[in-house]
Design a protein around this ligand. Structure first.
Ligand code: BYC
Length: 472
């Protein structure tokens, strides 16, 4: 395998695809279906070209090229991080054995399922975001949206490559199904809940890229540890691309908060809606929604699935290498959240079955850093309000709290209390209407919508007023 990528090939790749004609033919027959899906379900907004980053190498020193590309000409390809011939499995009952280059028969079904679930989220997010181009707040933001979209498309390619290369007929069928399920479809929805929610406005987009893409970061981080080396290597490279998606979310919400704080100071009021901003309380309700929906993506606090994945060496922990234990966990215990007899409590469980919460806790700590940033922006503007992550049991549909009614501050409520009070904690129709009313497109170079501040710097050293997108 080479670290450079040959763009003269029909499917650019660094996996020596030309040496396996059958696999190459199978992927070449999937390629037009992908392009049809992109045309039907991908970005609706017409552009002449977009200033995009394209991967050209997986090496440490420089892996991307920037340039204006017509979206339909974007070259999706297959890129795996370089192979470490000495890599060994770092956890579970196969700890210390050489990493697998082929799928072990006994783990085939589990691995396929993990890859399908991961693969399903990638096109789902493109579908969720397909109409956002019509209301972009600036050309800079429009470019970032398309960058995220093309990379999610590439992450789908990454999973489809694994399915085709290692899972035979069933893998090929699953690759087809990834294009047939659709976000929000009544008959054939996407697998995980958050990927069937709407992303109807740019505030939702920034929240999604902050909270939901961050689940992607953590899940990919655990799959990067996998004993199945091709999965590990593809996730390692995906994580490089993923960091830009986090950046879009983090700085996107920063800029909304900055503008809201400016308007609060200027007009001496919390109610900045009439001045073209998004009020603090609305932002808090969007945080509540996107955070709680994203927590559901970690599965249950106790899960035999995750115990089996770990023991088998398929899915590790976040920063597995840095953990100071035996990396097998067979005789360890962990404390996880629970809800029993109408009370929020914790229980001791075997550490292996508590691993979903282990990952979720890492994620929560990371989410808190964003809240701290946004609160600093408010403090610097001299405003007393502070954002907070809601209680982990708030608005949950998966896991220990799925049948509980819990307020953002962690109060246990009756179903009736929840019905009357939850409207104040989740985005209401009035909030959504207000946010949508602000979503008027701004396509003029260097201009920006009134509800968010411009970015501190542009992309790849370009100024904010660079022509990031040429419209059709
Ligand atoms: N919705 O044992 P349990 C990303 C199912 S995001 C619907 O508690 P487990 C991205 C579960 O499948 C990262 N169903 O959970 C972000 C199981 O079904 P089966 C995506 C759910 O299995 C933005 C049953 O309930 N990658 O990359 O330990 C843009 C019992 O589940 C949900 C991954 O998630 C749900 N929320 O963990 C673009 C990594 N939760 O098997 C991209 C791969 C659970 O009984 N997936 N269920 O039929 C996994 O590691 C695990 O499957 C999960 C669930 C963490 C999702």
């Amino acid at each position: 395998m080479t670290s450079g990528i040959d763009y003269t090939e029909r499917i650019p790749n660094n996996v020596d695809l030309h040496e396996d004609r059958r696999l190459q033919r199978a992927l070449q027959s999937w390629q037009p279906k992908f392009l049809t899906w992109w045309a039907d379900m991908g970005p609706v907004h017409r552009t002449r070209d977009v200033y995009l980053r394209t991967a050209i190498s997986v090496g440490r020193e420089g892996w991307a090229r920037f340039g204006h590309v017509p979206l339909p000409d974007y070259r999706w390809g297959i890129f795996l991080a370089e192979r470490d011939g000495d890599r060994r499995i770092g956890f579970g009952e196969h700890k210390g054995e050489p990493a697998w280059q082929q799928v072990p028969g006994e783990y085939r079904a589990d691995l396929q399922r993990l890859i399908v679930i991961q693969g399903d989220t990638e096109p789902a997010s493109v579908e969720q975001q397909r109409n956002l181009g019509a209301t972009a707040p600036s050309l800079y933001d429009l470019r970032n949206l398309f960058q995220v979209n093309v990379e999610e498309g590439r992450h789908l390619w990454a999973m489809v490559y694994l399915l085709h290369a290692y899972f035979g007929r069933e893998g090929r069928d699953e690759a087809e199904a990834l294009l047939q399920r659709n976000s929000g479809s009544a008959d054939s929805p996407r697998i995980l809940g958050a990927f069937n929610e709407e992303t109807p406005d740019w505030l939702s987009f920034f929240m999604f890229t902050y909270f939901t893409d961050r689940d992607g970061k953590y899940q990919l981080g655990t799959l990067k540890e996998s004993g199945f080396d091709p999965l590990s290597r593809t996730c390692e490279f995906m994580l490089k691309e993923e960091s830009h998606h986090m950046f879009v979310g983090t700085t996107g919400v920063d800029r909304v908060v900055e503008r809201t704080a400016q308007l609060m100071v200027e007009h001496d009021t919390d109610d900045v809606g009439p001045y073209g901003g998004i009020p603090f309380a609305v932002l808090q309700r969007y945080i509540n929604f996107h955070y709680s929906v994203s927590l559901d993506l970690f599965g249950s606090e106790t899960s035999t699935n995750v115990a089996n994945y770990y023991t088998a060496g398929l899915k590790g922990r976040w920063s597995e290498e840095r953990r100071g234990d035996d990396h097998r966990l067979t005789d360890r215990e962990a404390t996880v959240d629970s809800f029993a007899d109408g009370e929020i409590c914790t229980v001791e469980v075997p550490a292996l079955i508590g691993l979903n919460q282990d990952l979720r806790d890492e994620y929560i700590a990371d989410c808190q850093t964003g809240v701290n940033r946004w609160n600093r922006i408010l403090a610097e503007a001299g405003q007393p309000q502070r954002f907070a992550l809601p209680h982990v049991g708030f608005n949950r549909h998966v896991g220990a709290f799925r049948n509980a009614h819990i307020s953002p501050s962690g109060e246990v409520l009756s179903a009736e209390e929840w019905r009357s009070r939850s409207r104040g904690w989740l985005p209401s129709d009035v909030d959504k209407t207000l946010v949508r009313s602000l979503m008027r497109p701004v396509y003029e170079r260097g201009k920006i919508a009134a509800w968010l501040a411009p970015p501190r710097s542009g992309i790849n050293g370009k100024p904010f007023d660079y022509e990031y997108v040429h419209l059709a």
